[in-house]
Design a protein around this ligand. Structure first.
Ligand code: SF4
Length: 336
């Protein structure tokens, strides 16, 4: 089947079966690039289902790029709480400020210009460019990789054939209806060409697909894992005799930047006196490591660390905490 026919088929399928999402245009490019930008940042490493709970409250609070640019970063973090990967929130805020201060509030449309905005990697820039401006950029996310690998029966590990996957995805991209095509292929992967039990009978590409009916179908794409490094550390909940708990704010740079936390280390036990082992621990997967944290408690009357302070447990919800710290609270039956 010709490439143009494949594109047309999937777009026709999408118009009837695509997901209705609050950040989607009914057809073609979205009239408001800001809506696309916010959704693209939220969707990085996060499922549509999760983002649905956060998108509308965020847009109500920051309805325009100017509102977001003028906002305090801590408030942005607060609305981002639970989505994880807080670097995205900081980058989104920074990108909004660049658009307002350097582009007069007008969104750049060229892929090369978009790529210079903070937080826009090649995938987000391509997706934003296609969905907001109908530019014929090739969008390659996890869903697209799965569909392309199956369509062409590419069975080697993804990392070894990424260039080939991108080239094949580019050939299929509809140059005139780039926005609809991008949404269509992502939805095909999300709804029909799913990791398990793909619904090939409902697929607009079933006649052309080289994996349809093949017994190894669910093993495609080949996601041979590169093992994550494991680290064993600890976290310490420090209380005073008023029942308050010690927290501190992380620096504005690096992992979990700008968020609040209980003192923790990714290596060994915390350096405090009279530690008590709670017998509990949490495990958290970062992109680069698997972190196991044993939970300790200790008592101090004055903060033992610079830039730390005591708050009552019921005040914890007023501060943005990472998912890691929320897991710690949950283990210790504390509301956050
Ligand atoms: S026919 Fe099946 S395997 Fe092939 S693209 Fe469609 S859903 Fe995926």
């Amino acid at each position: 089947m010709k490439k143009t026919n494949l594109s047309k088929r999937v777009i026709d399928w999408y118009r009837l079966n695509g997901r209705k999402l609050p950040w989607r245009a009914t057809s073609g490019a979205h009239p408001n690039p800001y809506v696309v930008m916010v959704s693209e940042f939220m969707l990085q490493q996060t499922t549509v289902k999760t983002v649905l709970d956060y998108f509308e409250p965020f847009m109500r609070r920051f309805p325009t790029v100017q509102d977001l640019a003028a906002a305090d970063l801590e408030e942005v973090y607060r609305l981002w709480q639970g989505l994880g990967y807080y670097t995205r929130a900081r980058s989104l805020h920074h990108a909004a400020q660049t658009i307002v201060n350097e582009f007069g509030g007008k969104f750049p449309q060229e892929y090369s210009q978009i790529l210079k905005l903070k937080g826009f990697g090649p995938y987000t820039a391509a997706s934003f460019s296609a969905l907001a401006f109908n530019r014929p950029e090739t969008v390659v996310d996890g869903n697209v990789i799965r569909v392309i690998c199956r369509l062409f029966h590419l069975t080697e590990p993804i990392e070894q054939i990424r260039t080939d996957i991108v080239a094949k995805a580019a050939e299929l991209t509809d140059r005139k209806q780039a926005a609809d095509y991008a949404s269509a292929i992502m939805d095909l992967g999300a709804i029909v060409c799913t990791p398990k039990n793909p619904q090939c009978l409902l697929c607009p590409w079933k006649e052309a697909c080289q994996s349809c009916g093949n017994p190894d179908l669910e093993q495609i794409p080949n996601r041979t894992k590169i093992g994550k490094k494991e680290k064993n550390g600890s976290v310490c909940l420090i209380f005073n005799t008023k029942g308050q708990i010690l927290i501190r704010k992380r620096s504005e740079k690096g992992l979990l930047s700008g968020l609040y936390e209980f003192p923790w280390t990714d290596n060994g036990t915390p350096n405090f006196e009279h530690l008590k082992d709670s017998g509990k621990q949490v495990c958290h997967i970062f992109t680069h490591i698997r972190l196991n944290l044993k939970i300790y408690t200790a008592e101090y009357e004055t903060p033992p660390l610079a830039d730390s302070f005591f708050v009552y447990p019921e005040q914890l919800k007023d501060y943005p905490f990472s998912t890691l710290m929320k897991k710690v609270c949950k283990q210790m039956n504390m509301d956050i």
